[in-house]
Design a binder for this molecule. Structure first.
Ligand code: H79
Length: 580
């Protein structure tokens, strides 16, 4: 969801600390931690907090879980101290998820932790206090549109029929607003309200709720999922990470899981490794996107050990490399590197190595002078820098001689201290491996007027290429003439979650042209593609005769009708053939 227009003068002030934070701690905790993925002996594949929906549990039956909710091992200080140790900089917890149960003292409702459980304590009060002591900004997740407990809320199709607008409006007035008022008055300063799944909320409702929050706490950030693009920042899909840059203005965040579920599930052992989690953090930071990483505590109030060890390990990496994450902005380059990612801060450029270069690394297109370098965590490492620019091709070349021995630590980071803010050539140029990446956000879009055309989606992919008369092109710079294999990176987005190929496209540079049917057989396996898959579709070879600036034209010959969003792709790459 794109962020609100910056007419809102409070926006920049509200968002400053949040954009610097880059890494947040998310907690999904509620009654669903009791069934933990199983209902009446049956295991449900889907995310744990959805069990009421997955098993179509009637309200009266689900309500009975409350009598069992007694998290005697809950320790607010322990949770907040883990969040600190992990290196996260804000804390967000479910105050009410889609099941409608309030995990806080809600005077306006009986379906809350004080009235309906034997626990007798308000965990939100304890967490707010622990966060205040730890100087950790504290925020609430609140499901504003889906509420499976109420006939006026959305989503419960097994007990209720779809509510009328009038009924939904009454639910907003009688449940949502009173509870938001409670959340914003009972717990001191609230950093953020994390709204979710707006569904068919009308724009007027989104705007009204946002103003309602700000009328009580003007500095409270409102998440993008309040709907209708009126949030303070944009929210990508759950676990979604775009390839290349987003190419969209504003502040962004991706909520993400350590395993597959959000709410605790006994059987979900699909834990990501520390290494993968750090890659995701770095990948997002390199695109200027916050990472809100979730834990799902048990019904007893314990954060699973597998989560704790990973978060602690991330914290250890951040202790050494945190300056390359906190307070940084995304890479000055509009595409990714095969060896890793970049972030920047002031005059510093940080190179995060997913693969350690064997002795030598070359970066093209950086216009700055490098004044000095520092390998984080190893101040004595000798790095030799050479810079020149090729007048024939106009390309700036930076060569780094790097120790062959890979430093310890999950992802080594090299800081370059520059003569000014990083200034990178925006035109795609060949990088170290000779590959030229043409990313979706840099494409020039050629839509025939009057048709719904190709557009850059919120995931950094091009979508809605459904008309053969439309097309795209890129400019880019060639340094070494020759043959290039062309690959189209097919991708998925929030509107088209299934990878679809079968389109026939033609690609041309100058007089050289190739036509191919794109298939999805070569999946790209990476930390990023687990939930939003990508495939590298081979699309022939092009001969580029001269060095210098060229234009690649991409046209559609036929578009697979099964693809409702048309050809969805995130980049075209040109890979030199037969050179080494
Ligand atoms: O709170 C977490 C999720 O519960 C919530 N967002 C994150 C932060 C979320 N709500 N909706 N969704 C995510 C999309 C849900 C998709 C699915 Fe399903 C739920 C897929 C399987 C279960 C809905 C029901 C679609 C298919 C069945």
């Amino acid at each position: 969801m794109a962020p609100a227009a910056n007419q809102d003068e409070g926006l920049a002030r509200r968002l400053k600390w949040w954009e610097e934070a880059r890494f947040g701690f998310f907690v999904h905790w509620g009654l669903y931690a009791i069934p933990a993925g199983r209902w009446k002996g049956k295991y449900y594949e889907r995310i744990g907090e959805w069990i009421m929906h997955s098993a179509k549990v009637p309200v009266e039956e689900y309500e009975q879980l409350a009598a069992e909710f007694n998290p005697v091992k809950f320790d607010a200080e322990k949770w907040v101290s883990l969040a600190k140790q992990a290196g996260t900089k804000y804390f967000v917890i479910t105050s009410k998820h889609h099941d409608g149960f309030a995990l806080f003292d809600s005077p306006s409702s009986d379906y809350d932790i004080i009235d309906a459980t034997p626990f007798g304590r308000d965990p939100m009060k304890e967490l707010a206090e622990a966060c205040r002591k730890a100087k950790m900004p504290f925020g609430f997740y609140y499901s504003q549109a889906q509420d499976w407990h109420e006939p006026g809320g959305l989503g419960n199709t097994w007990d209720f029929s779809k509510p009328s607008q009038k009924k939904f409006k009454a639910y907003l007035e009688e449940k949502v607003k009173p509870q938001l008022r409670e959340l914003l008055t009972q717990y001191g300063p609230i950093a953020l309200i994390w709204f979710d799944t707006p569904r068919d909320m009308r724009e007027e409702h989104s705007i009204e709720l946002k103003h309602f929050v700000h009328s009580i706490q003007p500095d409270c950030i409102v998440s993008g999922r309040i709907g209708n693009n009126v949030g303070d920042y944009g929210s990508l899909g759950d676990n979604q990470i775009p390839r290349g840059g987003l190419g969209l203005p504003g502040a962004w965040e991706t909520p993400a899981t350590l395993n597959d579920t959000w709410g605790y599930k006994t059987d979900d052992k699909n834990w990501k490794s520390t290494r993968v989690l750090l890659e995701l953090l770095v990948d997002l930071a390199s695109k200027g996107i916050n990472y809100l990483l979730n834990v799902g505590p048990t019904a007893e109030g314990v954060i699973p050990k597998a989560s704790v060890t990973r978060l602690e390990a991330m914290g250890r990496w951040l202790e050494v490399h945190g300056e390359a994450i906190y307070g940084t902005q995304g890479s000055p380059f509009p595409y990714e590197f095969s060896w890793g990612r970049m972030t920047r801060k002031g005059r510093n450029l940080y190179l995060h190595f997913f693969q350690w270069p064997r002795g030598r690394l070359v970066v093209y297109g950086l216009r700055n002078k490098v004044k000095s370098t520092c390998l984080l965590g190893d101040r004595d490492a000798a790095i030799e820098v050479t810079q020149d620019s090729d007048s024939a091709t106009g390309s700036h070349r930076l060569e780094l001689r790097i120790p062959r021995k890979r430093p310890s630590g999950e992802i080594p980071v090299l800081r370059l201290d520059l003569d000014g803010p990083p200034d990178a050539e925006q035109l795609p140029v060949p990088q170290f491996d000779g590959r030229i990446e043409l990313p979706a956000p840099l494409a020039e879009i050629h839509n025939q007027s009057g048709t719904r055309g190709i557009a850059l989606g919120q995931s950094g992919s091009l979508e809605f290429w459904t008309n053969k008369r439309n097309g795209v092109s890129w400019q880019f710079r060639v340094v070494e003439p020759g043959d290039y294999a062309v690959h189209v990176i097919l991708s998925t987005s929030r509107v088209s979650r299934k990878l679809v190929g079968g389109h026939v496209v033609s690609l041309a540079v100058g007089g050289s042209q190739t036509e191919s049917k794109l298939d999805v057989n070569r999946r790209i396996e990476s930390a990023r593609t687990q939930y939003f898959p990508e495939a590298r579709a081979e699309a022939g070879t092009l001969r580029i005769e001269t060095a210098g600036v060229h234009t690649l034209q991409m046209r559609a010959r036929s578009i697979n009708r099964e693809a409702s969003a048309g050809i969805v792709f995130s980049a075209v790459e040109l890979v030199p053939v037969g050179r080494r």
